[in-house]
Design a protein around this ligand. Structure first.
Ligand code: TPP
Ligand code: MG
Length: 372
């Protein structure tokens, strides 16, 4: 077997490293990536505010502080590639294939209207009010339906790309998982299967240090989840989950490896869960997590890290970097003025659509459950 592209190593960011995948991105791509970070953050901020106004029911699972993982993993994909998001990844449903145009109805991602209708439990949502969150998918858009069984989507993803390969395709699949899900038996079985059959399954582990109320050291025997890749003979990469371009580089490396027929990879993105497990857990999380740990974990805001890099590279002026200041602000502090107006307007379309949409009729309750 040929050796993996990168051994399991701690992330080392070298400013002058030649020809990293990011170096092939245009200045416009760099600015688009920043814009998408703002959008993912604004989605979260806006929903938290809506919930506090009493306009939403159900639980919100915040991706605050983890946006660089979503944007950095989705940006390198081809439209025909597959994704398999779960509860922490709600913006992934609309961020997928945004490079084909935010407003493009044919792009291979869900519209902001569909995703907001899902959150508001309205007609026009993929789940038609059976859930307010991520239990959705779209075969047409190549988004594998999310389930609540942690790591349970990895074998499904392996099957999807196996079928694609048998049909002559070259699609890869990104599966999203928290570090907690790596303790599941199915995590091992699915990656073992993918490794044996050299399937293009890229397992993203969002290591945010907490699995509900369980800290990393009580769920994982090693601080680096990526080392588990060694047991399957596949690459295990560690990315700085606060740095969208480091995530992008590592995912590109895994995609090239997978498309060349060499098989799966695990990419562990180091990050920190900003809030409680869900908004129902915020008050408890404030008690079970030491305040200094939370402050440290939130101190490298992915928007700030991205902006700093863009300024250093000359893609963003200092004045433009200062124009919007969403970074290092909680949902209550952040105002619409802290975000680019097109980001606010895009989300508003989704929210307005959802609020104006009717609820599904009660008779629909048995749909998809009982056959006629
Ligand atoms: C097999 C299984 N066990 C338990 C649960 C309940 N549960 C839902 S989310 C969660 C914590 C997940 O933590 P992690 O995988 O680290 O993801 P995070 O929420 O931190 O993003 C648990 C225990 C579940 N959904 N599935
Ligand atoms: Mg976690």
């Amino acid at each position: 077997m040929s050796s993996p592209p990168t051994k399991t190593t701690k992330n080392k960011t070298t400013k002058t490293a030649p020809s990293r995948p990011r170096d092939h991105l245009s200045p416009e791509d760099h600015l688009e990536i920043l814009k998408q970070l703002y959008l993912a953050r604004y989605f979260d901020v806006r929903l938290i505010k809506e919930k506090r106004r009493g306009r939403l029911t159900g639980t919100l699972y915040s991706s605050h502080n983890q946006e660089a993982i979503l944007v950095g993993t989705l940006f390198p994909l081809k439209p025909s590639d597959w994704i398999s998001p779960i509860h922490r990844d709600m913006p992934a449903f609309f961020l997928k294939d945004m490079r084909s145009g935010w407003e493009n109805p044919d792009r291979m991602g869900m519209s902001i209207e569909e995703v907001c209708a899902q959150v508001w439990c309205k007609v026009g949502s993929p789940g038609r009010a059976r859930d307010n969150w991520s239990h959705i998918g779209s075969r047409a858009k190549h988004i594998i339906h999310s389930t609540s069984m942690l790591a349970g989507t990895i074998p499904v993803a392996a099957g999807v790309v196996l079928a694609d390969r048998l049909n002559g395709g070259d699609a890869v699949v990104l599966t999203y998982n928290g570090e907690g899900s790596t303790a599941q038996g199915v995590f091992h079985e699915a990656i073992n299967f993918a490794a044996v059959h050299k399937l293009p399954v890229i397992t993203i582990v969002e290591n945010n240090q907490w699995a509900f109320g369980t800290p990393l050291e009580l769920g994982c025997p090693t601080p680096d989840v990526a080392t588990r890749a060694d047991g399957y003979g596949i690459p295990g990469l560690i990315a700085d989950g606060q740095d969208v371009f480091d995530v992008y580089d590592k995912v590109m490396e895994a995609i090239e490896w997978a498309r060349a027929g060499k098989g799966p990879s695990i990419i562990e993105c180091k990050t920190f869960r900003a809030y409680g497990h869900g908004d129902h857990d915020d008050d408890r999380a404030a008690k079970y997590r030491p305040q200094d740990e939370v402050e440290k974990g939130r101190s490298r805001d992915p928007i700030a890290v991205c902006k700093r890099y863009l300024v250093e590279r000359g893609y963003l002026s200092n004045a433009d970097a200062l124009a919007f200041a969403a970074e290092n602000k909680g949902a209550q502090e952040a105002k619409d003025d802290d975000f680019p107006p097109d980001v606010v307007a895009y989300m508003k379309k989704g929210v307005d659509y959802a609020i104006a949409s009717p609820s599904p009729p009660a008779e629909e309750g048995g749909m998809w459950v009982f056959s006629d």
